[in-house]
Design a binder for this molecule. Structure first.
Ligand code: DX5
Ligand code: ZN
Length: 216
């Protein structure tokens, strides 16, 4: 049993409302929204007004993945725009600012999460583990959809799960990047609760079937 959060990075940006309703029809659990600033990652996508617009057309949880530098500057805006989860990258600022950003997200009534890039060791997550509702393990370099899944991230996910079981068992683990029919089973075997899928979802011949495959 896992949840699926299709990433609208692979949707038609001229028709996001249709993409969101398609997610609802196919019983997806969450909407994964990739925010990129051209500094933290070499790509630029969408921002606060788009999250606000999506909020108006769906009740699905909005899982907002901030791939932006010094996210503390903007977390409040994303929560106010209607995010249900706000994920910041541990590499995006000094730990003190990141901790403050997470506290801010939670104080505003939103779920807070951290994400780790592939080269970031598990240990970097330790200071944050008691303050988060989710840990996002990147299984590709953040920035683009359609990359190859890095199976060697599974030990990192397992290690973090072990630490969480001791100190914050309610916290869930999410993976993002290269999740498809071939790689999803490995994620589930490793106890990952939420799977992001961009290209695999939008390219699937039968999207409802793909959703079910992840969920069962
Ligand atoms: C990459 C984004 C992902 C991306 C995943 O930086 O964070 O959410 O949309 O795309 P796929 O599933 O195609 O690897
Ligand atoms: Zn993402």
């Amino acid at each position: 049993m896992a949840k699926i959060a299709p990433s609208i990075l692979s949707a038609d940006f001229a028709n996001l409302e249709a993409a969101i309703h398609n997610l609802e029809q196919n019983n997806a659990d969450w909407v994964h929204v990739d925010v990129m600033d051209g500094i933290f990652v070499p790509n630029i996508t969408i921002g606060i007004p788009v999250v606000g617009a999506l909020r108006k057309v769906t009740d699905l949880p909005l899982d907002v993945h901030l791939m932006i530098d010094r996210p503390i500057r903007y977390v409040e805006d994303f929560v106010k725009a209607g995010a249900d989860y706000v994920t910041i990258h541990v590499e995006a600022d000094q730990p003190q600012n990141n901790l403050e950003a997470l506290k801010k997200i939670r104080a505003l009534g939103c779920k807070a999460a951290i994400s780790l890039k592939p080269k970031t060791p598990a240990e970097v997550a330790i200071p944050y583990l008691e303050l988060v509702d989710m840990v996002l393990i990147m299984t590709v370099e953040p920035g683009f959809g359609g990359q190859k899944f890095m199976a060697d991230m599974m030990p990192k996910a397992k290690q973090i799960r072990e630490w969480l079981d001791d100190i914050n068992p309610e916290c869930v683990i999410e993976v993002d990047g290269g999740v498809d029919y071939n790689t999803a089973p490995l994620c589930k075997e490793n106890g990952i609760e939420v799977l992001v899928a961009g290209s695999a979802y939008f390219k699937a011949d039968d999207r409802a079937k793909f959703v079910k495959f992840i969920q069962e």
